[in-house]
Ligand binder design. Sequence first.
Ligand code: ADP
Length: 458
Amino acid sequence: MINRWTAFVACLLLGGGLGWWVTAGKGLTFGLAAGVAAAAFCWLSLDSLRLGRLLAWLRSEQSNEAPGVMATAMSASGGVWGEIADRTRRLLKRRDEQYQEIQGRLDEFLAAMQASPSGVVLLDAQWRIEWSNRMATQHFGFDAQRDVMQHISNLVREPAFKAYMAAGNFSRDVVIPGNFSTPARPVKLSVHVHSYGRDRKLLLSRDITAVELAEAMRRDFVANVSHEIRTPLTVLSGFIETLQTLPLKDKERERYLALMSQQSYRMQTLVNDLLTLSRLEGSPFPDLHDWATTGALLAQCEQEARALSAVLKTQVSRLEFDLGPSSEIAGVQTELYSAMSNLVTNAVRYTPESGRVNVSWTVLPDGRGEFRVRDTGPGIAPEHLPRLTERFYRVDRSRSRETGGTGLGLAIVKHVAQRHGAELQIESVIGQGSSFSITFPAARVRTLQVSEAIRTAP
Ligand code: ADP
């Protein structure tokens, strides 16, 4: 500033000097005054010009634009206006950088909210939608752009949600049906409102359909297990009481003990199947290092099938085992046996005396291996087929129980197949019979030598 005053005074002095020199002879005072006035006029004009340029730049400068060429030129020209221009330019640049940084952070924050697996809706003090993420639009079926500033209750019309809003107790969530929920495919949403800022609300929604389904399945499972165990237990305790209280003849006692042993065997098989299922769920997927021979697996199944057929006294007229090419399957031997034997024993258990059961192992042209069990039993109606692998799902409840079924056999087969990358297929025609097959992927099958071996037993 001192420099500027010095320059101004120097300019006036120079003007005065020049005026006196130019007007020599016309009087000292006139010359000096004219020179000073002219210098002051020039100074002010130049200043006004530079001020005008600075103003023009400031006016033209958009808040979100980088400082222009004009500002750079002005700051380069020096002087107080140059300095003002320079400082303003730096301030604008810094503001611009801060704006970019804030914008970047906001974009990242919004991207994180968009990536959230929960629906997020920001509501103002009047419950109007300010912003919502993609998941929320899917959950509630509204449009993120079109529905901005719409009242939430105009879009989420569920009475339970309206009651939740009205009650104002947001310490818990509310469960409502989601968008596209139908009785056949129910969708359940957990909606929770959180207050923040000045009366603003953050609405979070979560799809809990799978959780609810799993919970319902868990409840059903516990109820089924309890029921399955309670029945033989009741029978057992009844017999024990009879044996304790009544003086029985030896023959009667023997009969009761046989029945008791049957019931305890039933409980044992159920517990064994439950343990097998929990082991299958809890252990890692089988790798490709252990190989089981199909010949040995089928031989084991055959032995079991024949023994069972004899025990059930409903010997099927033909029990055929087609061992196919000598091959190996990569997987856990005990699991593979459990799956195969479940299919074979089911066929024996459900096929009547005059029927036929055929068990085969084939290596398909594309290298996959197929284990198939066909029977000429009662067949299964199409409506039951999709549910057969559910735990405790039975079509013929009494036949299942009579023959020692637990209702878990096909659930075990499905698990084993999945763990070995195999596919379980069920085809059945009522009155004609059923065909169950497990197809193993080519990577898990290797053929040792080609030898067809068909053994048929009367
Ligand atoms: P279970 O121990 O009752 O046999 P599974 O899970 O093995 O249980 O089978 C489920 C139901 O599928 C059985 O209760 C039975 O009704 C039906 N089922 C299974 N295999 C056959 C078959 N080969 N022929 C007819 N019905 C079958």
